[in-house]
Write a new protein. Structure first.
Lengths: 233, 230
């Protein structure tokens, strides 16, 4: 579903990604971990069509980026630590706005169903600014999956969430994964990442340093490997 | 999704609808612009109180100056909602024509500015006793607003990405608006006498306003794509 080959991205003369190769199968859940500045968010933003690569090939669903960005966009959903929502609109208005942008059929029913799925239907008429961090994140997932994208990109979705909200987010992500979505998640929470996903990848200084089947390794073993790979030399 | 003309207009309207809904909840844009305009008109009135004839002579220039200054406040705010929570990313990730975002922003900001102008016209009639409520004057205001907003949304989209956004917008936009404001103020002033002018007398300034509108809209539609992606 996602193919990345020899991806390089420079900001000016500063290389952020240096020849990244990564393939995600359809329906696979991959977690990307790494220190701050490793290039994780840059990688995600390139896949999200928000940045153009300096060199290398990236394709989503067979469509090459950035040439066929317009085709790729309708198959992508993104959840970030930023809400990507309008705080002064109500939950219902936010989702209705995105349903109209994506020209979705039965927009009203979809919005209602999405709000029920994330447990926010009762707060449909409240502005997002009045929501707690956990509620905002649930609404963000509803927004990102409203158009039923094949690929879900998550950029540190657990930032600022308490235990209950984290568990709720876990459940939502598991459900999305079971629904066959291809998920690429960036997180600093190694245990969360390892528990939820099929494969975990360490990105270090703009390069893939290590990847492992998440079921084949314990959190403590992975932590040791992670520390070895990301230790500053 | 096929990019059709109808989907372009419906997307532009959806984006404008979103801005109008936000304004319905917050009333931030209109309240700030109207308060600023009210204070400015009252200040002008007091400053020129001793010479009412002079005040009347410069009233149309003051009207356009107030529109420009109050307009920058509105422009800053309409673009700021896209910056908060990085909402602009969701627009850029949506399978829509980038120019539809520009068209939507121009549409919503034009609606806010026209609403402000209606209030300003009434204020200027009260404070300066000028016959501003005339169809040709309202048409000049409408035409001038389109050009001003078309340039404003373009500049605001650039300046909003910088740290000095609050300062940068007026610094860039006000000089860029001069070729619009001068003919607009001249054309408006021509209608401030009991006897209305012949169209031939105002033809040149009105043509200049329309040319400015066309230039700014063309610049907007050809460069907005690059501005938001850079």
């Amino acid at each position: 579903m996602i193919k990345i080959e020899g991806l390089t991205k420079n900001y000016g003369t500063n290389p952020v990604l240096r020849g990244v190769n990564l393939h995600l199968q359809t329906g696979e859940f991959v977690t990307l971990v790494g220190n701050n500045g490793a290039g994780k968010t840059t990688l995600l933003r390139i896949i999200a069509t928000l940045l153009s690569p300096t060199a290398g090939q990236v394709s989503v669903g067979g469509w090459a980026l950035p040439k066929q960005s317009a085709r790729v966009r309708q198959h992508l959903g993104m959840v970030s630590h930023q809400a990507l929502l309008y705080g002064d609109l109500t939950a219902g208005e936010n989702l209705t706005f995105f349903a109209r942008l994506y020209e979705l059929d039965n927009a009203e029913k979809r919005v209602e169903r999405a709000l029920k799925t994330v447990g926010l239907f009762a707060r449909k008429r409240d502005t997002v600014a009045s929501f707690s961090r956990g509620m905002v994140q649930r609404l963000t997932i509803a927004r990102a999956t409203l158009h039923e994208p094949e690929v879900l990109l998550l950029d540190e979705p657990y930032t600022g969430l308490d235990q209950d909200a984290s568990h709720l987010l876990d459940d939502l992500l598991r459900r999305e994964s079971e629904n066959g979505r291809t998920i690429l998640m960036i997180t600093h929470d190694l245990t969360h990442g390892l528990n939820l996903c099929d494969r975990t990848v360490i990105l270090n200084r703009g390069k893939i340093a290590y990847e492992v089947d998440s079921q084949s390794i314990t959190p403590s073993q992975f932590l040791k490997i992670y520390t070895n790979h990301t230790r500053k030399k | 999704m096929k990019p059709t003309t109808s989907s372009f207009f419906s997307t532009a309207w959806t984006i404008a609808w979103k801005d109008l809904q936000i304004e319905k909840h917050t009333r931030q844009i209109m309240s700030v612009m109207v308060m600023f305009s009210l204070v400015t008109v009252v200040m002008f009135n007091f400053a020129l109180e001793t010479n009412l004839d002079a005040a009347r002579n410069v009233a149309t220039g003051l009207l356009w100056a107030t529109i420009l200054l109050a307009g920058t406040l509105g422009l800053n705010r309409t673009m700021a909602v896209e910056r908060e929570n990085q909402a602009m990313d969701t627009l850029l990730m949506a399978p829509i024509n980038r120019n539809a975002i520009y068209a939507g922003k121009v549409l919503s900001t034009t609606i806010f500015t026209l609403a402000l102008e209606l209030i300003l016209v009434l204020l200027f009639i009260v404070f300066f006793n000028k016959p501003l409520w005339r169809p040709p004057v309202l048409l000049i205001l409408f035409l001038g607003t389109i050009g001003y907003v078309a340039a404003g949304v373009l500049i605001a989209s650039m300046s909003i990405q910088t740290r000095a956004r609050d300062v940068l917008l007026p610094v860039l936009l006000l000089p860029l608006s001069l070729p619009l404001v001068l003919p607009a103020a001249m054309a408006t002033a021509a209608y401030m006498f009991p006897q209305q002018p012949l169209f031939a007398e105002v033809q040149t300034p009105i043509m200049l306003i329309m040319l400015y509108d066309a230039l700014m809209l063309t610049a907007g539609f050809t460069t907005y794509h690059y501005i938001v992606e850079s």
